[in-house]
Design a protein around this ligand. Structure first.
Ligand code: AMP
Ligand code: MG
Length: 339
């Protein structure tokens, strides 16, 4: 395939579009991963420095609101608090938690931002001690602290409430997508109409790319080292998020344990679904739904995607290698499949 023409939607952002092909490229790190903004044409009066300042301000604001790696973030303060009263937060944080709770309900609890104690227990959290299968006792203690039904979000005035003092919120599966959307707003406000934004493999494109064609994005084949694609999609005013089990896991006794946890059982998922990509109008929604479908697995996940009318591509491990299962909606965005 033509490597120059595509950007890879992967779990790490693999750069395949030549930097010189775009009028302006910003890159850096945020939310524990890397980000990239490609702009096809820059309006008069917009400089690289002014745009970088603006984008960094947006990203820093979101980290101050939602990072669990920062002990002084709005979310860390909510997590540390034992109060079961409403706690005032920013409109951004309330919006992200409200969307997360919606996706929890739609997915029957497969997606759950209160999953943090389980993520920590399995060694995938802030505290990355040795990763091993925890005891049944430790598992049930952590499970007791998990449950989206005990978390509420209110938009006006924006606030969060927990019904259990030890409930915590981890927005790792949705905040990157939200970040992409807010950066898109910033570019729009600066008069930029042709851009592709990528935070850690969650992408949103609008308008035309540098060669006048739509932005095209290749979905990586798991284990392909970033060189093979399962599909190539066009992104004009649309977002794509990819969630996978194949990049972050550990092996114990021949069993692979991934960083994606099923909150209903407390166990990392072990099914044959290697990755899920979802295309949606907002990156926040795509991000949360990709994780939700991944937790549900190849059959239940595809059923949810069909039922909700999602544009989803599921990459399933099989004896014959990786197989793609797609919803009808997804096929509408495809320029070609990866075969
Ligand atoms: P993503 O890459 O968007 O799928 O997000 C994965 C991250 O979300 C993990 O590293 C965990 O911190 C967290 N997570 C794991 N399982 C779940 C789940 N079932 N629901 C919500 N977040 C999860
Ligand atoms: Mg996600």
């Amino acid at each position: 395939m033509n490597k120059v023409a595509f950007t890879l939607a992967a779990l790490s952002c693999v750069v395949t579009m030549a930097a010189e092909a775009v009028a302006l490229r910003l890159d850096g790190t945020t939310m524990g991963t890397s980000y990239r903004v490609d702009v096809a044409d820059v309006p008069a009066g917009v400089t690289e420095d002014s745009l970088r300042d603006g984008v960094e301000r947006v990203l820093t604001r979101i980290e101050r609101q939602m990072s669990t790696y920062r002990s002084d973030s709005e979310l860390s303060r909510f997590n540390d608090s034992d109060s079961t009263a409403w706690v005032t937060v920013s409109e951004d944080t309330a919006t992200v938690v409200a969307t997360a709770l919606h996706v929890s309900r739609v997915s029957g609890g497969a997606f759950d931002v209160t999953v943090g104690p389980l993520v920590e227990l399995w060694g995938f959290g802030v505290d990355r001690r040795s990763r091993h299968r925890p005891s049944a006792q430790a598992l049930s203690t952590a499970l007791a602290r998990v449950g989206f039904e005990r978390l509420e979000a209110r938009l006006a005035p924006p606030a969060l409430r927990k019904q259990r003092p030890d409930l915590t919120v981890d927005l790792s599966a949705i905040a990157k997508g939200f970040g992409v959307d807010r950066v898109a707003d910033h570019l729009q406000a600066a008069g930029i109409g042709n851009y592709l934004i990528d935070i850690g493999g969650e992408l949103r494109g609008r308008g035309r790319g540098p060669r006048g064609a739509e932005w095209s994005v290749a979905i990586e084949q798991p284990g392909g080292g970033g060189t093979a694609a399962m599909s190539v999609v066009r992104l004009d005013d649309a977002a794509i998020a990819t969630s996978g089990t194949y990049r972050s896991y550990f092996d114990e006794g021949g069993q692979l344990y991934s960083h994606i946890i099923d909150p209903r059982t407390g166990m990392p998922v072990t099914h044959a679904l290697a990755s899920v990509s979802v295309i949606a109008p907002t990156t926040m929604r795509a991000d949360a739904l990709a994780t939700a479908v991944l937790v549900l697995g190849p059959d239940e996940g595809l059923r949810l995607a069909d039922k909700e009318g999602l544009a989803a591509l599921l990459v399933v491990r099989s004896d014959k290698g990786f197989q793609a299962r797609r919803t009808q909606e997804f096929a509408r965005y495809e320029m070609r499949d990866g075969s």
